[in-house]
Write a protein of this length. Structure first.
Length: 364
């Protein structure tokens, strides 16, 4: 499964160039831009403002990744109440500075919930920032603690576990569709506890970041498959052999790798990978997620069958079914969904629509 937050955090913390916009220095978000009213030019920061290379940057990726992992282990050794307070402070700071997380979340909520009164949408915006920051600290915690212990202590409820086990035992292959909802890293650890799992992920550009993910997510039953050309062939083989594949389906694919279907009432480019795998292999498709149930690291597992239409030969039908399932899960508790991701940057050909994030203003 890919993890937008993890790869972006690793990429930025390990040396993404800075940009200068007005008087404020901040990291530029990748993606398409579109000239429009309110858009601001982005110009390169002068050399004196760029971060200098350090000895850490010259380390071998595996060694540097181990150092980052040790630092994360020290942080997550603190009591969870302290970590939660730190996360809440980070969320407050995002809102106060109107950081990228805040701006993207606000725009997504405007697009997805236009019917909400401004006051309710502002409250939801604050809730999303808070749960996003907590999810970041939870993820570091899960990555630096024993998976078996994590499941014993923090997975308080399990709904549909027998359904997954039965699908795996049937030997036809299993495709786990896991939206960016709740904590998908705990779900990864649960899946690995049931048997071998091939997880599709988008590797960070920085080799240290990739090495960190391999270290943090690795395990005897975890096989991380890079979301690149050869990945599809590997996934077909896993499913043909009766294995399990995990995919986070709500990332925007490249043009040509998806079709436009509604997501919260807005056309969104949606992957067709799940459909292709399901239609050609006959594998069972299941939705799965770990939903936060309390202020501590408390989660409930949910596994449900996906509708048969998710394997329909008609790509519009299949992708529409996939998108509708993701939306249904996200609406269970909108604050637990990953609204900090730019889901709608690519627009339907011929629509005349502009990238809805291109006119973001920074307050300073």
């Amino acid at each position: 499964m890919t993890d937008a937050w993890a790869t972006r955090w690793i990429r930025e913390s390990m040396g993404t160039p800075w940009t200068l916009e007005g008087r404020t220095i901040y990291r530029a978000a990748p993606g398409r831009t579109c000239t429009g009213k309110g858009s601001a030019p982005r110009i390169a920061a002068p050399p004196s403002l760029l971060p200098r290379r350090t000895k850490l940057a010259r380390m071998k990726p595996e060694r540097a990744a181990k150092l980052y992992h040790r630092l994360a282990t020290l942080l997550t050794a603190l009591p969870w109440s302290w970590q939660r307070a730190l996360a809440d402070a980070l969320a407050w700071l995002w809102g106060r500075l109107d950081a990228r997380e805040s701006r993207v979340t606000r725009r997504n909520l405007e697009l997805a919930y236009p019917e909400l009164p401004a006051v309710q949408r502002a409250r939801l915006h604050q809730d999303v920032l808070r749960t996003t920051a907590r999810q970041a600290l939870e993820t570091l915690y899960l990555w630096t603690h024993d998976p078996a212990t994590n499941l014993e202590r923090h997975l308080r409820e399990r709904h549909g576990q027998a359904l997954y086990d039965a699908a795996l035992a049937a030997g036809k292959g299993v495709i786990v569709v896991a939206p960016h909802y709740g904590n998908w890293e705990l779900l990864n650890q649960w899946l690995a506890s049931r048997g071998p799992i091939a997880i599709v992920y988008a590797p960070p550009e920085n080799p240290v970041g990739d090495a960190f993910l391999q270290l943090a997510r690795g395990g005897d039953n975890v096989r991380q498959v890079r979301a690149e050309g050869p990945a599809v062939r590997q996934l077909f083989k896993v499913l043909k052999d009766g294995g399990a594949v995990g995919i986070l389906p709500d990332q925007q694919p490249k043009n040509g790798d998806g079709v436009f279907v509604p997501f919260f009432g807005v056309q969104a480019l949606t992957m067709t990978l799940v459909n292709r795998l399901a239609e050609r292999t006959g594998a069972t498709v299941l939705y799965a997620w770990c939903e936060r149930t309390g202020p501590d690291i408390e989660f409930a597992l949910h596994v449900e069958p996906a509708p048969a239409q998710i394997a329909d030969p008609d790509l519009q039908v299949a992708a529409g079914t996939l998108s509708a399932g993701i939306e249904r899960i996200a609406r269970r508790d909108p604050a637990q969904y990953q609204w900090t991701y730019k889901r709608y940057t690519l627009r339907p050909p011929g629509s005349g629509e502009c990238d809805p994030y291109a006119t973001e203003r920074h307050p300073h």
